[in-house]
Design a protein around this ligand. Structure first.
Ligand code: SIN
Ligand code: FE2
Length: 210
């Protein structure tokens, strides 16, 4: 297989409100390799539609790999060691851990690789990633498939925000001051990538949980 682009060193190319963005970090071969790994994960631990504590269904479908998966249901948000359907989460693939090592600047390894699937009409409201114990470890997110409009705000609710289109192969690192920044996905640009056969966007979010 062709050498994946992240075997070379990666450098952030843009910063939005303290979040480092590595535009075009993954070439097509690397994106396809990652997609194949995600397919394997969701074969073992299928995508499901989480329900928010309010009772509303999320528009994003989710699965996970690692010791923990982040789950949401009527009881609330939490990390769980098994899928809502009862199966264990598959291990985080080695390739994804290597990618984390390249961009995280963190000696600990992620314990959760959340998988979000956005159909063209899905979105994710502004939120903070704060169900983890160690905020010195960053959050690393990898985008595959259709473009997603990513919005970053502040550590407190409200205030000024900035947006950026995330494309297939882009990586975002929320670390330091930006670790607890509110962020979300406003919309998906349907048909902007041909990586996923039936369209849509995948986002892999890596986090140290404990
Ligand atoms: C998330 O914040 O959980 C997902 C962000 C993204 O889809 O890029
Ligand atoms: Fe998030």
């Amino acid at each position: 297989m062709k050498k994946t682009s992240f075997e070379n060193s990666l450098h952030p190319t843009v910063s939005i409100r303290g979040a480092d963005v590595y535009k075009g970090a993954l070439n097509r071969a690397a994106q396809e390799e990652l997609l194949a790994l995600v397919r394997k994960i969701v074969q073992a631990a299928p995508l499901y539609q989480p329900v928010m504590p309010s009772g509303r269904k999320m528009s994003v479908r989710m699965s996970a790999a690692g010791e923990f998966g982040w789950v949401s249901d009527a009881k609330g948000y939490r990390y769980a060691s098994v899928h809502p359907l009862g199966m264990p989460w598959p291990a985080i693939p080695e390739l994804i851990l290597r990618l984390w090592d390249q961009v995280s600047g963190c000696s600990r390894h992620p314990e959760c690789c959340l998988i979000n699937f956005y159909s063209p009409d899905a979105r994710m409201g502004m939120h903070q990633d704060n169900d983890e114990r160690d905020f010195t470890a960053p959050v690393v997110s990898i985008s595959l498939g259709d473009d997603g409009l990513f919005r970053v705000g502040n550590t407190t609710r409200g205030g000024k925000t900035e947006s950026l289109w995330l494309r297939s192969g882009d990586i975002v690192v929320l670390g330091g001051e930006a670790r607890l920044a509110h962020h979300g996905i406003d919309r998906i640009r349907a048909g902007s990538s041909d990586l996923l056969q039936n369209g849509g966007r995948l986002n892999l979010t890596l986090r140290v949980v404990t």
